[in-house]
Write a protein that binds this ligand. Structure first.
Ligand SMILES: O=P(O)(O)OC[C@H]1O[C@H](O[C@H]2O[C@H](CO)[C@@H](O)[C@H](O)[C@H]2O)[C@H](O)[C@@H](O)[C@@H]1O
Ligand SMILES: O=c1ccn([C@@H]2O[C@H](COP(=O)(O)OP(=O)(O)O)[C@@H](O)[C@H]2O)c(=O)[nH]1
Length: 465
């Protein structure tokens, strides 16, 4: 069996026997454990000069190969082109996207640096699996060094409609770079459709349908490759197991004591403008306004660990939310009840599992999201006998699979409030039916299924080595 080489900007430090936080970390770790291989990416550290070779660390059959970046590289590649150009653009925020030749050069330079440092570690029959928007030009860089291995890419964010993408000065170069892969995976069928439409109408390429769920063969920029949707998922049964044991944690005991029987609504998101947090806070305000019986009876807890804190837009959304939470709490709080618990910190997977299970509503209302694993985790953690209700944005990739949630338009504050009220008062029978429908989907498409489908497909397409 060929070795797998996973490449991602972030490389999770994996310790044997410890459960990993994010779905991506779990998926990559498992895939590498099975086949043996390398996990290559940024070390998370800044250095004065880029090293000639990555640092190597072994854990079982996995070699972690990581590289420090200079402050300038990090500024131009990560904070700049990845998170101030591509991230806002891919999340339909043209108003926030910055277009700068300097950061674009930095993005290309770091991709070239990464590729040149990985190349000496590669063997001819390796399968290379590259993750996310930070590394779109990675395969093109490897190919320019004469490497012909099978190379796949998976985009964790949405792929925008062509009308949005063409605002990017380098749109053609970016899509040309994607065509250097043998397989390009998207989260949903609509991301795939947006990509196929760009190929047809902007790149004058050919798109051949490969049948239901099989994606399409793309011929463009002198290359032929396959593009297909692979919705990422979670380790459903493992997480459901963790949730049954989480009721006994210290955090859970303290949470229950502090709620004194009140209903809990929960949100868990990185502090990112794509997650729709201001609209969500306003929806909760609208719930208290429109259904005053909830005042003093319902608490909304928003877990929002700070993210990408060097980027100005992330500092701005943090200030906005602090003001909004303060305003709403000032309007409704009583001496013995505060409506919004707003927490700028992160929690372990086990603590979150307990919080999810206790919450009557999981409130997941991004304005755009590639998938949103929190939506899936909330469902998997419910008590099958007495499940809570997922209120889910139609603009999260997860809504394509979890259509038994209460699917909402997050911009429609009043409608989100009405759906929260519907969830709080939903009869047990309906809650069970919706939960079972969603769990069926999550058991069929769990993280193992996602990983195996992707790696099997990549093993069968392309490769000239
Ligand atoms: O690495 P950071 O800059 O700290 O950001 C964390 C990750 O955020 C994004 O996650 C996406 O991947 C999820 C799993 O596929 C998906 O559910 C979610 O919708 C996406 O937003 C980003 O794409 C990752 O590269 C980051 O590591
Ligand atoms: O305090 C926290 C907040 C989030 N997460 C995890 O971070 C991931 C967030 O993934 P999602 O797809 O929802 O959004 P992203 O942050 O990747 O855009 C999920 O697995 C969460 O359980 C966590 O472990 N602790």
């Amino acid at each position: 069996m060929s070795r797998l080489v996973a490449v991602s900007n972030r490389v999770a430090p994996v310790e044997e026997g410890k459960t990993q936080a994010g779905g991506l970390a779990v998926a990559i770790q498992e895939a590498l454990k099975r086949r043996g291989g390398i996990w290559f990416g940024w070390s998370g550290q800044t250095v004065d000069t880029p090293p000639d070779a990555p640092s190597l660390a072994q854990s079982g059959r996995i070699t972690f190969a990581t590289l420090g970046l200079t402050q300038r590289d990090l500024e131009e590649y990560y904070n700049g082109y990845a998170n101030s150009t591509l991230w806002p653009l891919f999340h339909y925020r043209l108003d926030l996207a910055q277009f700068s030749g300097r950061t674009y050069s930095g993005y290309q330079r770091v991709n070239s640096l990464f590729a040149s440092r990985l190349a000496p570690l590669l063997q001819p029959d390796d399968i290379v699996w590259v993750h996310d928007y930070h590394l779109i030009p990675f395969a093109e860089q490897l190919r320019s060094m004469g490497l012909g291995q099978r190379m796949g890419f998976f985009l964790h964010t949405p792929w925008p409609a062509a009308e949005i993408l063409v605002a990017l000065p380098a749109h053609e170069a970016l899509v040309r770079a994607l065509c250097a892969y043998d397989l390009v995976g998207f989260q949903t069928g609509s991301d795939l459709l947006s990509f196929a439409n760009y190929i047809r109408f902007e790149a004058q390429g050919e798109v051949e349908d490969l049948g239901p769920g099989q994606g399409c063969r793309i011929r463009a920029f002198g290359r032929t490759m396959v593009a297909r949707a692979f919705p990422i998922s979670i380790d459903t049964d493992v997480l459901a197991g963790i949730a049954t044991q989480a009721a006994d944690t210290v955090q859970m005991r303290r949470l229950k004591e502090s709620l004194v029987g009140r209903a809990l609504i929960i949100g868990v998101d990185r502090l990112d403008y794509s997650k729709g947090l201001p609209q969500r806070f306003e929806s909760f305000q609208a719930l208290l306004d429109a259904y005053p019986a909830n005042q003093g009876q319902v608490s909304f807890m928003q877990v929002a660990p700070p993210s990408r804190t060097d980027v100005a837009e992330y500092q701005a959304i943090r200030r906005e939310l602090e003001a909004l939470a303060g305003h709403i709490n000032g309007q409704f709080a009583e001496f013995d009840w505060v409506p919004i618990r707003y927490l700028n910190k992160s929690f372990s997977r086990k603590a979150l599992a307990g919080f999810y299970r206790h919450a009557r509503i999981g409130l997941v209302t991004p304005l755009r999201d590639g998938m949103n694993l929190v939506a899936k985790e909330y469902v998997a953690c419910q008590d099958p006998e007495d499940p809570g209700v997922l209120v889910l944005s139609r603009f999260a990739g997860a809504a394509k699979e979890l259509d038994a949630a209460l699917v909402v338009n997050p911009y429609d504050v009043r409608a989100v409030a009405e759906n929260m009220q519907r969830g709080l008062t939903m009869p047990l029978q309906e809650r069970r039916e919706r939960y079972e429908a969603m769990m069926k989907v999550l058991r069929e498409n769990d993280i193992t299924h996602w990983r195996e489908t992707y790696v099997d497909t990549l093993s069968q397409v392309g490769g000239t080595a």
